[in-house]
Design a binder for this molecule. Structure first.
Ligand SMILES: Cc1cc2nc3c(=O)[nH]c(=O)nc-3n(C[C@H](O)[C@H](O)[C@H](O)COP(=O)(O)OP(=O)(O)OC[C@H]3O[C@@H](n4cnc5c(N)ncnc54)[C@H](O)[C@@H]3O)c2cc1C
Length: 294
């Protein structure tokens, strides 16, 4: 398809070298589009979907925003951490974080993993972004920084629509954090697309939970679509599962609750019916994974 011509000289690019400078520039230029490593935004600029007059390029802040650390009981991930960086993080190698390994294993290509940032993934806020369900299942919150200070918003409240986020014009997402659920928990993620590599998912799903002596003590489930076109938690299904024995009967019951909880529509990638069948199959597989089965 012919690409619309892009006159780059018409775009003003602001390139701060520190967070402080970025926040000041964004405050003075609230109409600027934030750009991290551009793997999502640049294709959208090229195809004319987004027509920014100004870009605030925050890739120069990697020194400040590329950390993964545990602070008391919180896991904190800087917004500019790339998928490749996450892959090497020792904190995330524990069994309870294995959902990260699952996301990374199916994420784009090596080239994309080297640039795609976790902050960009969350702010892209579409049903194609694979970290969002996992972070929802970890009950993550985002830190938004501006010249006025910092505020924290639950990820669930941050993504308010397809490509719509609860970000004020002068704010930059600087960190994503979640409580370390602790020993005994595990997590898992799956996605299905039309092919095996470079997959834009038709369905993805993440679970975080604790199964002890065959009983589901705690579980959180999120998928790229439950009721709308954005990733959401499947809270009715979670409530049904909590406290029950993790066996075939419970899984059959959970699939029934999930099938009543979802409200999907057809689109060019898949019919609602197909998506629902995939979600139900995925739920079963992920619950077995929580029990330690592959
Ligand atoms: C070939 C290909 C394959 C891909 N495969 C996958 C895949 O398998 N799974 C998947 O989930 N995604 C995939 N993606 C999508 C993309 O790589 C991710 O969404 C990526 O994580 C975005 O990060 P980025 O730094 O490139 O963001 P950018 O493109 O720079 O920005 C994305 C959006 O977030 C905003 N933004 C970025 N950072 C911030 C911030 N700190 N504060 C506020 N706003 C911000 C930007 O304004 C923009 O709207 C793929 C993309 C391509 C091109």
């Amino acid at each position: 398809m012919e690409q619309p011509l892009l006159n780059r000289s018409e775009i003003v690019v602001l390139q701060p070298s520190s967070l402080k400078e970025s926040l000041k520039l964004l405050n003075e230029n609230p109409d600027a589009e934030i750009i991290a490593n551009a793997s999502d935004l640049w294709p959208r600029i090229r195809n004319g979907e987004v027509k920014p007059k100004k870009l605030l390029d925050i890739s120069g802040l990697a020194g400040e925003l590329s950390y993964v650390k545990k602070d008391e009981n919180l896991i904190k991930i800087g917004a500019l951490v790339t998928v490749s960086q996450l892959e090497g993080e020792s904190i995330l190698k524990e069994k309870r974080f294995s959902g990260f390994k699952d996301v990374i294993a199916k994420f784009g290509s090596p080239q994309i993993r080297n640039v795609a940032t976790i902050g960009g993934n969350v702010c892209a806020a579409s049903s194609s972004e694979d970290f969002i369900p996992l972070l929802l299942a970890f009950n993550a919150k985002v830190k938004l920084s501006s010249v006025d200070g910092e505020r924290y918003v639950n990820l669930e409240k941050f993504i308010i629509g397809k490509r719509k986020i609860n970000r004020r014009p002068n704010e930059i997402l600087t960190e994503i954090s979640f409580e370390d659920p602790g020993e005994g928990y595990s997590s898992a993620f799956e996605k299905i697309g039309r092919r095996n590599t470079l997959i834009i998912n038709i369905v993805n799903m993440a679970v975080v939970g604790k199964v002890k002596d065959g009983k589901i003590e705690d579980v959180r489930i999120a998928a790229n679509r439950i009721k709308g076109k954005i990733p959401e938690r499947a809270k009715n299904t979670e409530e049904f599962l909590k406290g029950k024995a993790l066996n075939e009967e419970t899984i059959a019951g959970a699939k029934k609750v999930l099938s009543e909880e979802v409200s999907l529509t057809d689109d060019f990638r898949a019919s609602a019916e197909y998506r629902k069948a995939l979600l139900l199959a995925m739920l079963e597989r992920l619950l077995f994974k929580l029990r330690g089965e592959q």
